[in-house]
Design a protein around this ligand. Sequence first.
Ligand code: GRF
Length: 220
Amino acid sequence: MTGGRLSVAVLISGRGSNLQALIDAVASGRLAVSLDAVISNDPRAPGLERAAAAGLATFVEDHRAFTSREAFDDALGRRVDALAPDLIVLAGFMRVLGTRFVDRFLGRLINIHPSLLPAFPGLHTHQRALDAGVARHGVTVHFVTPELDGGPAIAQAEVPVLPGDDADQLAARVLEREHVLLPWVVDLFVARRLRLDARAGVVFDGKPLAQPLQLNSVHP
Ligand code: GRF
């Protein structure tokens, strides 16, 4: 908690357009959180410049400086712990986090993934969606569990796959929805409408969520 607002740390690896969506939502008053830290595993991540331009504290934990995945996870975990955020958002964070890290922050760790999970976990989701010939594609925000892209889905936004789409065109259509979906879910979390339950999965407004929330029905 910072200045009466829940504290959010954002973990990035690259461009940071989802981070920018959060920055913009806070700046415009649509999202009442304190963005207390942006942490990148890559010192060259352009998202760090976005964070600095917005006056946010930035930190780098360069994974290449560690001899093992566990050592990196532990250093990152200590960094996050020191910040004591209420919510940790993986926004284009491209390192797989181990069980020890995930368990430490379970229930306050969310990720944005560019597919309609459980379809297409992992990388190259847009090309894989095209190759599979699906008619609908999209984005998911989910609680992070030790299973890669396998944690309980909180919310999704769908987009159509249009004739002639290439992966870049499809990615751009999905990205536009990502930038609405992520601030929306963060807002639901800070409003304490969402939580992760060990047995029930995602609990929304006190009830287990049978299906992920659908952004398009709320923000068309
Ligand atoms: C987004 O597509 C996000 O869903 C995925 O990685 C990409 C990050 O983009 N996890 P950006 O760095 O937020 O621009």
